[in-house]
Design a protein around this ligand. Sequence first.
Ligand SMILES: [Zn+2]
Length: 304
Amino acid sequence: MKPINRFLLPALALLLHLTMSSRAQETKKITIVTSFLPIQSHTAAIAGNQAKVSQLLSQETGPHDFQLKPADVKKIADADLFIINGVGIEGWLQELLKKAGSRKPPVIDASKGLPLLGSPQDIQTGIHDPAAGENPHVWLDPVIAQRQVANILRALQKADPANAKTYARNARAYTSQLKQLDADYAVALKSLPNKNLVTFHDAFPYLARRYGLNYVGYISEYPEKDPTPNQLAVLVGKIKAYKVGVLFAEANYAPKLLQRVAAQSGAKVSQLDTLEVGEGNATAYLDRMRTNLAALRAAFAPIP
Ligand SMILES: [Zn+2]
């Protein structure tokens, strides 16, 4: 028995040591909660394997119509960081933080310092009128997304300095993919004529401004806020005046109201993704933005 023991005991000791040290490393990882898909996507890409990143919103809910549950409060209370898009789209933020009380983690606003737009008039004039409020859909511009990534990177490096270099390396690789995405949008859309954009909700002013789309209008300011008959009549008038050929519903969602406007104005219906609903991972933002680019190209392509 002696020879076996001589090998078995050190082997067991080593195994125990390895198990414990991998557990210790596991517990050292910081826990980050993000609000919804684009922010989850960017944060997951920067964090790689060095942090635990999870999304607060389930894959069926968007930030406009999210309802807080007790489990959400617990999730936030257990996190080291909570990263949001900001610009007010997380309208339930204050209630969530209040409920988390003294256990609330630092909140990182990924849009801090970004230039914001308000109403569609802002897009036409290029000047933001603060009285019109601010449009929160900044993530749909791949250039602004790079600034959000820089904000998120800084927050991760501050919360977890031991992995600062890895986060910086991951962020650089991810940012180069965002730059490629931007270049592909710019090239693909530049030569197309009549880039008239009409969407279901007011989610695309930043994208429109970036790539020179004519943001004619939207059906709803935000989902579940129906337009007045007068607003709708004005929109139908504009659609006819600009000879808008395609209206964009949202991915997997073409509300009756939009279909009616399309029927009244003779426009076709296509889809754009606001990236508000769904589960984020490190590639979700890039993949879904590319799907949007394909939809825009198809809609604006001249009829042969
Ligand atoms: Zn929205």
